[in-house]
Ligand binder design. Sequence first.
Ligand code: C5P
Length: 202
Amino acid sequence: TEPFTVAIDGPAAAGKGTISKAVAERFGFAHLDTGLLYRAVGAKMLLGVEPIEAAQTLKAEDLQAPDLRSAEVAEAASKVAVIPEVRAALVDFQCAFARRAGGAVLDGRDIGTVICPEAEVKLFVTASPEVRAHRRYLELMAKGADTTEDAVLADVVARDARDRERATAPLRAAADAVFLDTSHMDIDSAVEAAARAIEAKR
Ligand code: C5P
C-alpha cells in the first residue's frame, strides 16, 4: 500500500494524542507521538547528558523510559526543543516513519509545517488554555501527582509560549490545516471529526 501521512499538530493537552491513537487504530495506520522524542532527549538532559549528543544518539529503547510523562520531563522537552541541532537530529526518523507503507499518523508541533509539508491530511487541534490545563490536571491527579490546577495552567501557558515563540519550527498551523477546536467537544466527537477529515482525503 502507498504511504499516507496524517499530520496532527497543536498545543499541549489539546487532545492530539488521544485523537491520533484512535484514528490510527481505526484506519490501520502506524502512530508516532513525536513529543516522546523530545521528552526522551529532555529526560537525558536531566540526567546530565548534553542535549545535542542525546538527540544524535537516541535509541528506540530511550522512548520506553518510565518517567517520560512527568511535568519535569515535559518542561525539559520544551527547553531542548528550541535547539536547532536537536530538532535536526530527529528529522530523518520522523520522515521515514511518515512515509512508511500502510499509512502513518504523527502528532506534534511542526509535523504539517516542517516534518511533513506534503502530508495528505493536516489537522490543527486546539482548545482553550483553561480546558487544556483542566484535562492535564485530571490526568496528573489520576497518576497520583501532587499539584494544583493553577500550577498546571501556568506550566501549560509557559510551555505554549516557548513552543510558539521559538525561532526553529515554532508551533503554528500549516496554511492548509483543518482546525479542530476541542474545547467544547467530548473525545468521541473529536475523534469523529478527525476521522471525517481523513476520510475526505482517502
Ligand atoms: O506533545 P508533548 O507534550 O509530549 O511534547 C513535549 C514538548 O516537546 C513540547 O512542549 C514541545 O516543546 C516539544 N515538541 C516539539 N515538536 C514536536 C513535538 C514536541 O517541539 N513535534
